[in-house]
Design a protein around this ligand. Structure first.
Ligand code: FAD
Length: 740
């Protein structure tokens, strides 16, 4: 009997936080169900793939990080394909599709994906399926799910085309496969070719992918049907869906209805995290395939109880004392901003520069870890050592033991320092939890939340309120997942970056940073309020509390608390190396942090080099109230007096005077008022503009204002102004350090 060889394709991913990786793994796992074989590799694993000789379709899944940078594990690849020495037919033989992940709250949306796409096209590669641009700002799955849905047909189309051209990897099989495929009307690969060069096109592709995701098959309930206050029980649930690669359709029998005389529902049931009214409760559901489990986790009793003292990779981190804590906002401010000073004098290698940021490693809150262990029934094993290994029989492609779970460490340590236990559960996690939920009503609701039909409810009850796994498990008491499932699905606990707010020249051996304490207020979907993980932890650490400026600011307690940090150099967000170059800084709120470092450094340089000519400096700062949250007011005014800061432009968004007059309220208004100077510096004097702070609103508004200014100043249309601004970015003269 001839041996059947399934057509193969290649999946390559570049991933910073694991999202692109897990999507790529999902595709590789689903491949078999579509009669295909996927070769999965990370872009950094050069030895595992060879694009120079690849004749199978290649699918790229890549995220973007920082200010539009490639993820670390895609950096080399991007450098390689950007080489000017490569000829324009270098990848003539290559046929590819690309899914780019990004976040529209940040500039340079999906930049890494766009760069790879552009380079491959310039090198002659052909695209067999429109690029998907998934936006984490609204939920990646909106685009990812439908993009993957269409991918299979596109791959088969590409294979079929390659086979008929005689260029494919498996001529016979690909042809067979195409013949066998139920959908033989695959459009010519060429029809799917797209060249996305500008934002408008990019949006239209996104829109088209969105449109594809509308479901024709949502079972609509009859108009008169309403729930009897209980969601339907899952009829025949999950048998199908538990097969790898199978997207199951879970149908439910309609619940009994209670209708009034006129057939009008008597009770309007409000949706909540744990229950749904019709039509969702009566719909057939498309739930994702069950992600294959891949870890074996065992707990080993040990004789000794170890003290938990900090994160695991201590060799690369520095443990430094907090030598000073100052509250920068007044007591009645809406937000609390704190300045912490770290004593880094023991670590001369921590040679940070203004513009650099550094990572703070924080643990999960002890009470939440305790509750998690309690909820999992593991509180008595908290000191047992955790052993994690790969399941021999796993169907998960590219499965690996997570590198951030150290071997033979106590369970308490793993939950405290390694796993982001507050992370919002992804749909794949919800899908996996279904299998460990005893109660039918709860199972059905979990199925709904991870289904296509329940996408709106997922956003409303899970994503938007940042529901944590613990909160989810509390709401679904019959769900008892094994420890291995938590380790498979909870992401790595990430350190939090903060911008350095000092210069070593001014404060030798010290590092300052400034942050707002993040507050998640209680609301109907979150009964108990909470603080951000890291900022809440820092506040607790500096108990009995920070001092206000003007008081004795040295840290009071006998043994200052210590935190683990590591420096993240930012080689582009630096003051111009030529001191004569003028520059503009835009940093409202805590966004002013790096500019305090810039200005301290500039002041020291001016004092040491009186003969040097220094360029103009502008700072646009904004806050709510002049008397409440004008951070660094005295220091900024001091920079103006000394001539270090040529122009300080401050606005207050909530002061009555500003609200009732035509005073500028936000930094972009002040920029506009100084349009002539700003554009002169940027367009005529070769100067630089730096933006730091809130990515969601401020950075976008500033960007739009700059565009308007350039349009007016140079009499350009929208597209030309966009190009001009993009040019400034490329020249590293318009730089952002923003966070959301
Ligand atoms: P987390 O527990 O991580 O919670 C914050 C998250 O919750 C955010 O993702 C936000 O989207 C979400 N969220 C916030 N409020 C709500 C709400 N009400 N409801 C639902 N979700 C909500 N921060 C500074 O203050 N100063 C800095 O100088 C600074 N520099 C940075 C530099 C860089 C390069 C980057 C990437 C970030 C920087 N940040 C800075 C942000 C900082 O790293 C942290 O993200 C921030 O302090 C919050 O951390 P946390 O652990 O307290 O909050």
């Amino acid at each position: 009997m001839p041996c059947e060889v399934k057509p193969r394709f290649v999946v390559l991913y570049g991933s910073q936080k694991g999202q692109a990786q897990s999507i790529a793994e999902g595709i590789a796992e689903e491949a078999e169900g579509h009669g295909l074989v996927a070769d999965l590799s990370c872009l950094s694993q050069n030895e595992k793939y060879n694009l120079e000789k690849e004749n199978a379709p290649v699918v790229f899944i890549v995220s973007t990080t920082g200010d539009g940078e490639p993820p670390d594990n895609a950096l080399q690849f991007v450098r390689r394909i950007k080489k000017k020495t490569l000829s324009t037919d270098h990848y003539k033989h290559l046929c590819f599709a690309l899914l780019a992940l990004g976040d529209t709250n940040y500039a340079n949306f999906c930049n890494c994906g766009k760069t790879i796409e552009r380079c491959l096209q310039e090198l002659g590669a052909k695209q067999f399926y429109a690029t998907g641009y998934a936006d984490d700002g609204v939920g990646l799955e909106v685009v990812v799910d439908s993009w993957i849905e269409g991918l299979w047909k596109a791959i088969k189309g590409a294979l079929s085309k390659m086979a008929s051209d005689g260029t494919g990897p498996l001529k016979g099989n690909a042809e067979d496969s195409a013949k066998e495929a139920p959908d033989s009307s695959i459009p010519d690969v060429q029809l799917n070719l797209l060249s996305i060069t500008d934002h408008q096109n990019c949006d239209s592709v996104r829109a088209s992918v969105d449109t594809d995701s509308k479901f024709a098959s949502v079972a609509s309930s009859s108009a008169s049907a309403t729930s009897d206050l209980r969601p339907a029980s899952p009829a025949g649930s999950t048998g199908l869906a538990s097969l790898p690669g199978v997207t199951a359709s879970v149908s439910t029998s309609a619940p009994k209805t209670h209708t009034g005389d006129a057939g009008v529902p008597q009770v309007a049931l409000a949706a909540s995290l744990t229950r749904s009214p019709p039509p969702l409760s009566e719909s057939s559901l498309n739930v994702p395939a069950l992600p294959p489990s891949y870890l074996d986790v065992s707990l080993q009793e040990v004789d000794t109880t170890e003290q938990i003292v900090g994160p695991v990779n201590k060799e690369t981190l520095h443990q430094v004392p907090i030598s000073r804590a100052v509250q920068l906002t007044s007591g009645d401010s809406v937000k609390t901003a704190l300045l912490l000073e770290l004593d880094i004098s023991a670590y001369p290698t921590m040679a940070y520069q203004p513009g650099d940021s550094f990572d703070v490693f924080c643990p999960n809150r002890a009470a939440e870890v305790d509750n998690m262990l309690l909820r999992l029934g593991l509180q008595n094993q908290r000191n047992h050592h955790v052993n994690v290994s790969l399941r021999k029989d796993t169907k998960k492609k590219g499965a690996r033991v997570p590198s951030y779970i150290p071997l033979n460490f106590p369970l308490l340590f793993v939950f405290t320092w390694c796993l982001e236990i507050r992370s919002v559960p992804k749909k794949a996690f919800l899908r996996a939890l279904v299998e460990h939920t005893g109660d039918d009503v709860q199972r059905r609701r979990l199925q709904e939340l991870c289904s296509k039909q329940g996408a709106a409810d997922y956003n409303l009850f899970v994503r938007d309120p940042s529901l944590s796994v613990l909160e989810l498990l509390t709401a679904f008491p019959s769900c008892s997942p094994p420890l291995s499932l938590l380790i498979e699905h909870l992401p790595k606990l990430q350190p939090r970056p903060y911008s350095a707010a000092s210069s070593r020249l001014r404060h030798p051996g010290k590092l300052h940073f400034v942050f707002n304490v993040v507050e998640f207020p209680a609301c109907s979907r979150r009964p108990a309020g909470r603080r951000g993980l890291c900022t809440g932890w820092l506040v607790d650490l500096i108990n009995p509390g920070p001092v206000f400026p003007g008081k004795d600011e040295s840290y009071g307690s006998p043994a200052p608390p210590k935190i683990h940090v590591s420096v993240r150099s930012n080689f582009s967000f630096r003051p111009p190396s030529d001191p004569s170059v003028p520059f503009i800084m835009v940093g409202p709120g805590t966004g002013v942090a790096p500019f305090i470092g810039f200005l301290q450094q500039r002041e020291e340089d001016r004092q040491k080099n009186p003969e040097v000519v220094f360029g103009e400096t502008w700072l646009f700062f904004g806050c709510r109230h002049r008397d409440g949250d004008y951070l660094f007011r005295r220091e900024l005014e001091g920079f103006v007096s000394s001539g270090t800061l040529s122009h300080l432009k401050v606005c207050f968004s909530r002061d009555d005077e500003e609200a009732t007059t035509s005073q500028p309220r936000y930094v972009q208004h002040n920029l506009l008022l100084n349009s002539q100077h700003v554009t002169d510096i940027l367009l005529k004097q070769n100067g630089c503009l730096y933006v730091c702070g809130d990515a969601k609103n401020m950075a976008k508004d500033v960007n739009e204002t700059l565009m308007e200014m350039i349009k007016t100043e140079l009499q350009l249309d929208q597209l030309e102004a966009m190009k001009r601004l993009a040019g400034l970015r490329e020249e590293k003269r318009y730089l952002q350090d923003i966070w959301g």
